[in-house]
Design a protein around this ligand. Structure first.
Ligand code: SF4
Ligand code: SF4
Length: 465
């Protein structure tokens, strides 16, 4: 049957031409959004793929030969069926299970606490006497220039000085984390206050906010930073508010360069600032509240944020938010104010995707991220990064690295619904989850090399859009 007799196009031709054009348009759209996102290589790859992948179908629809109609029908049917199977929201048979930690983390064992120990002091000698195996590991990074040091291979005077200023700014907030509680309790409803905090924090620049009951495993068993070293957290609060802020895509995308420590520090300061304001507000309303901010935590922020419904703990062992992946910084406010709790819904698809993807572990320059499935650690099935290897790399470069964060498929910038669409498909289709890492590599490559530096002018222009 001829659909458009004047063009000599049959229904079979029309369908295969439509598929070819669809592939072409989709890939050109990908090229445009990649270009807007600052991903020049991905944009070029998408243009090449647009011509290479669409041309066989366009040729098949335009060149007529004996049996061409049958070939068109078979090819179209296979393609349409495959596309439906790939995006169909099949139910997983055995989705990865959720877990709750069974014990508490001793903050003194974190590398950031160990980094604060001054050699030959009593604290230092006592710690390594009780933890001799850490001594060998820590000697490696102690022999290197160190985080934020001018000797680091990624040293940039301005970026490192500015990051120092932000870290100092965050430290200056420590005396605001707690304080006196007003004797007069507010008469406002908890719904109104919850909504107020949500709207206000969003206005201040928070990416997400959630509220959970404070659970025993959220607390460090012993504190390990600053003058709180060796003390146990006295925190009997019942609830906790978790806040996340977005880290700038262009700055993180330069990982592992000097801009990642800059952005890390800036966002610790920003989210810390918000947290102390919210804690102060709650105290003035007559309820106790304490902010947990950079270098001054009683709680393990990623676990609180997870239970507040802001994401899951992925392969990197940190919070993965559904929209920005790990490209966030977190702060927490613990309180007794009975705010409206967020309903956490465990998202097994994020863990399933981490099982398949492994992009962070392949890319990590220090091989600190496991390539294996989750394993049982202290009675809990999870991933744990090798923090000594990670910190050794940071001590060598002087920066926060952040390469894992930059390459994570969840971290992409959303331009014209591109990222939202990919996330929707990843969340809903187990088959799409299995092919997404291959598509990601085809477009962006594995990104094993250091990423390109971007000028302030470009960054500021993109920020304005
Ligand atoms: S890069 Fe892949 S494996 Fe790593 S955290 Fe992101 S989604 Fe998970
Ligand atoms: S920050 Fe860098 S070194 Fe550390 S785990 Fe991520 S990629 Fe590896």
């Amino acid at each position: 049957m001829l659909l458009f007799a004047q063009f000599n196009i049959s229904l079979a031709d029309f369908v295969i031409l439509l598929i070819g054009s669809g592939i072409f348009v989709l890939l050109i759209y990908t090229a445009i959004i990649s270009k807007i996102s600052g991903e020049g290589t991905a944009s070029l790859r998408a243009i090449k793929a647009a011509f290479l992948l669409s041309s066989p179908f366009l040729i098949l629809g335009l060149i007529h030969f004996p049996g061409q109609e049958i070939v068109c029908y078979i090819t179209s049917s296979i393609l349409i069926l495959s596309a439906i199977i790939v995006v169909f929201p099949f139910k997983m048979k055995n989705p990865p299970t959720d877990y709750d930690p069974s014990g508490n983390i001793d903050e003194r064992d974190t590398v950031f606490s160990r980094n604060e120990l001054v050699p030959e002091t009593d604290k230092f000698l006592e710690y390594y006497e009780n933890n001799s195996k850490n001594s060998i590991l820590d000697n490696k990074w102690r022999a290197l220039p160190g985080l934020g040091s001018p000797g680091g291979t990624e040293y940039d005077e301005s970026d490192f000085i500015v990051s120092d200023c932000y870290f100092e700014g965050a430290a200056n907030l420590w005396n605001l984390v707690d304080g006196d509680v007003s004797v007069k309790k507010t008469s406002e409803s908890m719904e109104m206050i919850t909504n107020y905090i949500k709207g206000w924090t969003e206005f201040m620049g928070a990416h997400s906010m959630g509220i959970t009951e404070l659970k025993p495993y959220h607390l460090y068993s012993v504190l390990g930073r600053g003058n709180r070293y060796n003390t146990t957290p006295e925190n009997n609060h019942k609830y906790a508010i978790a806040l996340t802020v977005e880290m700038n895509y262009d700055l993180i995308n330069q990982a592992p360069g000097s801009k990642t420590i800059f952005e890390s520090a800036r966002k610790y300061f920003d989210v810390g600032n918000m947290a102390v304001m919210v804690a102060g507000y709650i105290r003035k309303l007559g309820y106790p509240a304490r902010a947990h901010i950079d270098g001054n935590y009683h709680v393990v922020c990623p676990l609180v944020a997870r239970d507040a419904g802001l994401g899951e703990i992925g392969r990197m062992g940190i919070l993965m938010t559904p929209k920005l992946g790990p490209r966030v910084r977190i702060a927490v406010i613990s309180t007794d104010m009975p705010l409206v709790l967020s309903n956490r819904k465990y998202d097994s698809t994020m863990i399933d995707f981490c099982n398949i993807c492994k992009k962070c572990s392949v890319t990590c320059p220090s091989q600190a991220i496991s390539h294996e499935d989750r394993t049982e650690i202290n009675g809990v099935c999870r991933w744990q990064i090798n923090s000594e290897k990670c910190f050794t790399y940071m001590a060598k470069t002087g920066t926060d690295c952040g390469k894992c964060m930059a390459v994570c498929p969840y971290s992409h910038r959303d331009v014209f619904f591109s990222h939202k669409t990919m996330n929707f498909l990843i969340r809903n289709s187990p088959i799409f989850r299995r092919i997404a890492p291959t598509l990601e590599d085809a477009l962006y490559g594995k990104r094993l090399e250091a990423m390109k530096k971007v000028s302030w002018k470009t960054i500021n222009n993109r920020k304005r859009k």
